[in-house]
Design a protein around this ligand. Structure first.
Ligand code: HEC
Length: 106
């Protein structure tokens, strides 16, 4: 019985360590693509800037589907410029994943 408990505890620790490692090493705000293209409007912390871009890690962006996010980043909207020609689709997918990953943490 004790050995089983010990084994279970070790497994839990391993699972926990893996979950920590599995975290995308780059969060949205540390992604160079974000820093270079988005931070000037959405802010270094992605919490939005007065009279510029809205928050991306809280508020409306967190309720949008991956398709909607991809669409806005690719095609722009109002004062949001389009990035479809500037960024690769892999880079855009990365941003979408990171916006959604950070909003799920909350
Ligand atoms: C020139 C300023 C500017 C830049 C640069 C910019 N955005 Fe935006 N973004 C905006 C504005 C303004 C809006 C609000 C659009 C609207 O009127 O609905 C917006 C909206 C968004 C939305 C929808 C969220 C919402 O609440 O409506 C997402 C997602 C987004 N931007 C992501 C990005 C990403 C990712 C980048 C970098 C690749 C980026 N933006 C670069 C200004 C900018």
């Amino acid at each position: 019985m004790n050995i089983l408990r010990l084994a279970a505890a070790i497994l839990l620790c391993l699972a926990f360590a893996r979950a920590q490692n599995a975290k995308p090493e780059a969060s949205l705000t540390s992604n160079p693509v974000y820093e270079k293209n988005c931070a000037k409007c959405h802010g270094k912390t992605a919490e939005g800037r007065f009279m510029a871009g809205p928050a991306l890690l809280s508020g409306k962006a967190t309720t949008m589907s991956a398709d909607d996010l991809r669409n806005i980043i690719t095609n722009g909207k109002h004062h949001m410029p389009k990035f479809g020609e500037k960024l690769s689709s892999a880079e855009i997918d990365g941003l979408v994943d990171q916006i959604q990953a950070s909003s799920k943490q909350k």
